[in-house]
Design a protein around this ligand. Structure first.
Ligand code: FAD
Length: 600
């Protein structure tokens, strides 16, 4: 049975010492986020997730979800009771607005809970995770009546929600959707069409499910400019809030898939189902982007989550499994062999993993703080800066975060050798579950295009210039600590590679847009390495200061400095190579004809 330990010590480090949530106490919602309060939430969330959610991960994977003859769907044994406890504990309400029954705490706290859930059990975490996206869209674009009708029960978790975009012939290119919305005399719409791959499309966790569905009204433009967004409840909600008749939506089947078996990925059939438009006609994609941006950060955290649980199990095995001897001589001469953790190649995988996980945790929670600051910071300038940074880095957190999450999961499987490939040990589940995060919410290739095609150029490149300036300033700060100096020097250099790659795009993308598309992925990866480096520079500074101040927890802070040096000496070596990949342009990538590609 795989292990799971909630990383509460490192989470508290990020919240209290790195992003210093307490220092924003003058902003609305932050006043109650004192260290005492946030520490208590972190510890209790860790306990709940370890005891209630993690034990259902392996069994949920094996059992999967079931569609019954009457069309109903049930989740794996134990999910329903665990979800009841999640709702009773108010875990979904941490960062939701108080107006709808939420606790109004900073986003950072909700993100921590989301991340803990996904580490313990990604399939389970997706049920409330999808609902969070739906809640964001209704808050941003719903009418006051819609908000009053749906949000209170969605915020408490009494009802869950879904996102219905994908159709058999269109995933990335949503302009092609065929689902129709016919206006009805009572102001509602009759929704007809088929959606596929819908996560949490149906289940037995809640009595109602609020589907958010993209569809086209009659005469709407045949492009993404002709899409509208609709609320389509599984059961119609009466004006007094009680549940009425079953709506015309049903589950055609549950997809057979590679991982996240505990989450019901459904084919949804809408047969004249009653729906209500959210926001303006033909502006559905903009509303959906609100859901998707929230969801993309959440998916980036799934990369971190699977890396983290795989690492915990990789480390435990490396300490236990004995094979061969240390290169420097036996570490445990009484035994027939040393534990495999003595081998530098095993250590390489563990150190790469730990450095990614702790850097990514910092990046995700700093990103969550930017979401808060983009709404709540004291000045318009600070709000804009936070909004610029998180808009720029959302595709990076999603794309780089999930690529690395998958890589770490396979590396940890590798630490287990052949035993990692045997299903009963559970390492394969982390790899299978991590794989989907690179695909959904926009594939990572599409994230890369969002970064270079939209985010870089927005407002004359204001966001990327702000990131460059931030990094330059922080690298230039004086320090007497050797680790800090090393990280600052290597980060400045990697940032220089990123600047050069950006400049190359500016000079070569207009002439041939394929140059942009061909370099996008390398650019996203380079931005990921640099963003992680900014976090490691900051963590190194905090750790050096704690040691200088005579901390009693030297092991923790010294490990931080070693990981920072590991980032500086191992992660940055790729930066120059990635820049050169960008500069190679699209010529060879696009040169071969389909016939030439097919020559075997
Ligand atoms: C388990 C699972 C759960 C899912 N959950 C949901 C859900 O809850 N709701 C929902 O609506 N959808 C959901 N999806 C769908 C998912 O979001 C899509 O599969 C994904 O966005 C990709 O779309 P596609 O599969 O049609 O691939 P395609 O769009 O056909 O893409 C195929 C390939 O072409 C590339 N490509 C396509 N267009 C471009 C472009 N313009 N530039 C560069 N490369 C491009 C892609 O990167 C990819 O490599 C889920 C999918 C799975 C497998």
């Amino acid at each position: 049975m795989p292990i799971y330990n909630a990383p509460t010590r490192d989470t508290r480090f990020v919240v209290n010492e790195l992003i210093r949530l307490e220092s924003y106490g003058n902003l609305p919602g932050f006043e109650s986020a004192t260290p005492d309060m946030t520490d208590a939430i972190i510890e209790e969330a860790g306990r709940f997730v370890s005891e209630v959610i993690a034990p259902l991960n392996l069994s949920g994977d094996k059992e999967g979800c079931t569609r019954h003859a009457d069309g109903s769907v049930t989740t794996p044994t134990g999910f329903k009771d665990a979800y009841r406890q999640y709702v009773e504990g108010g875990w979904g309400t941490l960062s939701a607005p108080e107006a709808y029954g939420g606790q109004g705490l900073p986003h950072v706290m909700g993100f921590i809970m989301e991340k803990y859930l996904a580490t313990a059990n990604q399939a389970f975490a997706m049920y409330p995770g999808l609902a969070n996206g739906a809640i964001s869209a209704i808050i941003a674009k719903g009418s006051p009546e819609q908000q009053a009708k749906y949000l209170p029960k969605m915020v408490t978790g009494e009802w869950l929600g879904t996102m219905n975009l994908t159709e058999p012939h269109c995933g990335t290119d949503l302009g092609m959707i065929r689902t129709r919305a016919e206006p009805q005399a009572d102001g509602s719409y009759a929704i007809t069409g088929t959606k596929i791959f819908i996560s949490a499309g149906d289940h037995d966790l809640t009595e109602n499910i609020i589907h958010l569905v993209l569809a086209k009204t009659p005469g709407a433009p045949e492009s993404s400019k002709g899409i509208s967004l609709f609320i389509v409840p599984k059961f119609i909600v009466n004006d007094d809030g009680s549940l009425g008749e079953k709506n015309g939506v049903s589950v055609g089947s549950i997809e057979e898939k590679m991982g996240i078996h505990g989450n019901a990925t459904c084919v949804m059939n809408y047969d004249g189902a009653k729906g209500w438009m959210v926001g303006e006609e033909n502006k559905g994609l903009a509303a959906m982007f609100i859901m998707m941006n929230a969801a993309r950060l959440g998916v980036g955290m799934q990369g971190l989550a699977q890396a983290e649980v795989a690492y915990q199990n990789g480390l435990a095995y490396a300490l236990d499994r004995r094979q061969g001897r240390a290169l420097t001589g036996p570490v445990d001469p009484q035994a027939k062999a040393d534990p495999i953790i003595v081998h530098p190649d095993v250590r390489r995988m563990l150190m790469d993993a730990k450095t990614f996980i702790e850097g990514m945790r910092a990046l995700c929670l700093w990103g969550a703080l930017q979401v808060d600051l983009s709404h709540k910071a004291a000045t318009a300038e600070e709000r804009q800066m936070a909004d610029d940074l998180i808009s720029l880095l959302t595709p990076v957190i999603k794309g780089y975060g999930t690529d690395m999450g998958y890589k770490v999961a396979t590396d940890m499987q590798q630490v287990w050798g052949g035993h990692g490939y045997i299903a009963e040990n559970g390492m394969d589940q982390f790899v299978r579950d991590a794989r989907i995060a690179m695909i959904y919410e926009g594939t990572n290739g599409v994230q890369a295009m969002d970064l270079v095609g939209r985010k870089l150029a927005q407002n004359g490149g204001r966001a990327i210039q702000a990131l460059f300036a931030l990094i330059d300033a922080e690298c230039a700060e004086e320090s007497s600590d050797e680790a800090v100096k090393l990280v600052a020097e290597r980060l400045a250099k990697a940032n220089g590679e990123l600047k050069a790659a950006t400049m190359w795009f500016m000079q070569n993308a207009m002439a041939n847009p394929n140059n942009l598309g061909a370099g996008a992925y390398a650019y996203m990866t380079l931005t990921g390495i640099v963003s992680l480096g900014l976090m490691w520079l900051r963590m190194a500074k905090v750790a050096a200061a704690a040691i200088a101040d005579g901390t009693e927890d030297t092991a923790f802070y010294e490990a931080k400095l070693t990981c920072a040096r590991h980032w500086a000496t191992r992660y940055t070596t790729e930066a120059g190579a990635l820049r050169r990949q960008v500069e190679a342009g699209g010529e060879t990538i696009m040169a071969l004809t389909p016939e030439q590609l097919a020559i075997a």
